[in-house]
Design a protein around this ligand. Structure first.
Ligand code: NAD
Length: 363
């Protein structure tokens, strides 16, 4: 299955399927990426046999590799620098290519390094988690975390090619499959009620790697993201809807200190739950749709903020919500739903409103 993402700067293919890694060199050439040198940066948890299946396709003199332990704490400028150092020392040119093989963190870091090295070299993203295949590999948002919060330093830089081989997902822990499912669910909620109904019926099959259903959910999810990104590449307007639940989610992750107790996808599920509860409390979201969404989230077991936070954490959560990039003034901006597939942008609320809302969820 192929998609073409068309942006102001470049058009690129997203190729989704099985056993794509052993064909990677051919795919790269077919996409007219004529690089002389490749740097393959990969996540330490990606199985070695998958990395070898890529490396074997290149002349050893033309490719170098760098293994990195990626997590939210290493998603920083130091890691970016370690990649830039190799590119500089080995004198890569703009026509050469950085290949990222890993999850959303690896892709965001490598994308950012690619965007700033000589103002941009070819970047091929090979996402290896469900979350990165359905969401982060598409759309050109790159970046790293900083003291003030998540993804605060970054750029918009579109890849030259995305190759999503579903074989990578075989080694992915179930928890990470659920995290990827969070972003698929988000896409359905902001854009397509039929897709939401499909997910409600098929989510167990997706989590259990049923090939047909999984591939179709990945494709549909990428299609929704592609259409939104093409309308608003730099997130001036409609692209903001992709942040449904994320103002809460990013604050939850930062408050917990980016540890394994709550990773990004899990925070997104809690964030969607929070945005849905808040929308209902403010009488914005239709009751019937609220019940359908919360019913589904309960099946996934991500409805209880008390499992993760105590009352004393609320001020910290509010602090990080105030840092959100979408905020224009002292109020906190939230993406909410009127109904399934009808998101609303630019609703901002005084922090006290959100504080008292959170006090009902965390006690
Ligand atoms: N750029 C965007 O538009 C965008 C969109 C959504 C999320 N994100 C970012 O993506 C990140 C989350 O991505 P993620 O969920 O992929 O996290 P991740 O990159 O941390 O990967 C999740 C875990 O899976 C491991 N892993 C990766 N591939 C594996 C494989 N094939 N087999 C076994 N283990 C594997 C990783 O080592 C990690 O422990 C966050 O930092 C988030 O901010 C970016």
């Amino acid at each position: 299955m192929n998609l073409k993402v068309k942006t102001n700067i470049n058009n690129y293919s997203v190729i989704i399927g099985k056993n794509l890694c052993p064909k990677i060199n051919k795919i790269i050439l077919k996409e007219r990426i004529y690089s002389q040198k490749f740097l393959l940066v990969y996540d330490s948890k990606v199985p070695t046999k998958m990395i070898k299946s890529i490396l074997n396709r290149f002349n050893t003199k033309k490719i170098e590799k760098k293994k990195i332990v990626f997590n939210e704490r290493s998603k920083n400028l130091k890691t970016v620098n370690s990649i830039l150092k190799i590119l500089e020392e080995k004198n890569y040119s703009r026509n050469d290519c950085l290949i990222s093989v890993g999850g959303g963190i690896c892709g965001d870091v490598c994308g950012f390094a690619s965007s700033i090295f000589k103002r941009g070299l070819n970047f091929v993203n090979v996402p290896t988690t469900l979350l990165s295949q359905v969401d982060s590999a598409i759309g050109g948002k790159t970046g790293v975390n900083s003291l003030s919060g998540k993804n605060m330093i970054g750029s918009f830089y579109q890849p030259s090619l995305v190759i999503s081989d579903i074989n990578f997902l075989k080694s992915l822990p179930k928890k990470e499959m659920i995290c990827g499912y969070a972003e698929i669910l988000k896409h359905s909620l902001i854009n397509n009620k039929t897709f939401f109904k499909f997910l409600k019926k098929n989510f167990i099959k997706i989590l259990n790697h049923d090939r047909k259903v999984l591939e179709s959910a990945i494709y549909k999810s990428c299609l929704i993201k592609k259409e939104i990104v093409e309308k608003d590449e730099k997130e001036k307007n409609i692209r903001k809807v992709l942040n449904l639940g994320h103002t809460f989610a990013h604050a939850y992750e930062a408050t917990i200190g980016y540890n394994k107790g709550l990773n990004h996808g899990e925070a997104v599920l809690l964030g969607i739950m929070s945005a849905v509860e808040f929308g209902r409390q403010k009488n914005i979201l239709k009751k019937k749709d609220y019940e359908e969404i919360i019913g589904h989230l309960k099946k996934l077991d991500y409805c209880n903020l008390n499992k993760y936070f105590k009352t004393k954490d609320i001020s910290k959560i509010i602090y990080y919500m105030k840092q959100d990039k979408k905020n224009k003034n002292s109020k906190i901006n939230l993406i909410l739903l009127k109904s399934i597939s009808k998101p609303i942008l630019d609703k901002s609320f005084e922090q006290n409103k959100i504080r008292s809302f959170l006090k009902n969820l965390v006690y």
